[in-house]
Design a protein around this ligand. Structure first.
Ligand code: FMN
Length: 327
């Protein structure tokens, strides 16, 4: 069988699956180029969050999530992938190249079954059902992160959870006290954004945006987040060995794999990353974990009791670069 014939048919759904990945503020900071059966995945730094994410760390994590979505979608189409992370030292925007192995080369891939959960994974910011997640599901999630070179630390003691919840509230206070951070958040909440950004109800949209831009709501948000962290069935921190761009892409792949696998057990997630985003709080979080690894994401996991609206994405043509054979 000709793999490229298959790829021709499969490339659009594979890239659309990549674009369903979660991203910080739903910025969708990725670009794709397809040339000679290879996908080039680049960071779109024009979509970076200068205040929330000054080093493009979350941007690279978001692109890593798109990469794992791409890999599992390819597996579902019977295509193996060979991935090279940061293949060009002269081009740090090129985060990965992905070439496809013919179906004959692709070993029977357990990833294929994860692809069916791509459309059902959503960030769930409300309270979870007060139901515990079985131990064997959690062990599977820890292994999923490990298989991508990251570590998922489950916060197992009440004391540790309380201390991390305190850091989350401190992080909220620091964010909301910063007018530039509020302005940046508000700019991604614009009610006229249709295919990216954070979804807000159409009617209350302008008011919400104005409130976010204008008022320091740190106390209220901090109290709410502390409570939500405290009562989540599972609170976990995803860590990487170091803090390079390669680690961030790896963290993204681990995060994406954990979220899809969680979804296969009807478990959803959301994020309370404030202690990682505020530079003075990150070492405190690292110390609390007693780990040498670098915290990248604070994740809460649980079962949900309501359906979630699908979050918007741009059209595929908006994130495609025309191929240029000179490159
Ligand atoms: C690196 C990264 C950081 C994120 N940080 C937060 C966060 O701090 N708070 C939050 O509520 N959601 C956070 N999100 C979730 C995004 O807002 C969400 O993925 C996006 O709005 C798209 O929605 P979806 O995940 O439902 O598809 C983050 C996602 C990623 C990938």
């Amino acid at each position: 069988m000709n793999a490229y014939l298959d790829l021709d048919n499969a490339i659009v759904p594979i890239l659309e699956a990549a674009m369903r990945a979660p991203s910080s503020h739903n910025t969708q900071p990725w670009r794709f180029r397809v040339d000679d059966g290879t996908v080039y995945l680049s960071a779109d730094r024009t979509r970076g969050l200068a205040v929330n994410d000054p080093h493009d760390r979350e941007l690279a994590i978001s692109c890593g999530c798109a990469l794992i979505h791409l890999r599992v979608a390819a597996a579902a189409h019977g295509l193996g992938t060979s991935v090279s992370i940061l293949p060009d030292p002269a081009n740090e925007d090129l985060l990965a190249t992905i070439s496809f192995l013919s179906p004959d080369d692709a070993a029977a891939d357990p990833d294929a079954s994860l692809a069916q959960h791509i459309d059902h994974r959503h960030t769930y910011r409300k309270r979870f059902e007060p139901r515990q997640i079985p131990e064997q599901v959690l062990v599977g999630l820890v292994e999923a992160a490990e298989s991508e070179g990251a570590t998922l630390h489950l916060l197992s003691t009440e004391d540790l959870r309380r201390q991390v919840a305190e850091l989350i509230a401190e992080g909220d206070a620091a964010h909301w006290a910063n007018p530039s951070w509020r302005r940046e958040l508000a700019s991604w909440m614009h009610p006229h954004r249709e295919r990216d950004g954070i979804t807000i109800p159409w009617l209350t949209g302008p008011l919400t945006q104005l409130a976010v831009r204008t008022f320091d709501m740190g106390d209220g948000e901090g109290a709410k987040d502390r409570h939500i962290a405290d009562e989540s069935p599972v609170l976990a921190v995803l860590c990487t060995p170091a803090d390079t761009q390669r680690d961030w892409v790896m963290a993204g792949q681990a995060l994406g794999r954990v979220l899809l696998q969680a979804c296969s057990h009807h478990v959803q997630a959301s994020f309370l990353n404030q202690p990682v985003q505020i530079p003075t709080l990150r070492p405190k979080l690292q110390q609390l974990l007693g780990q040498t690894g670098l915290p990248q994401m604070v994740i809460r996991l649980g079962y949900i009791d309501s359906r979630l609206p699908v979050t918007p994405r741009r059209e595929l043509h908006e994130v495609m670069d025309a191929h240029d054979r000179r490159r």
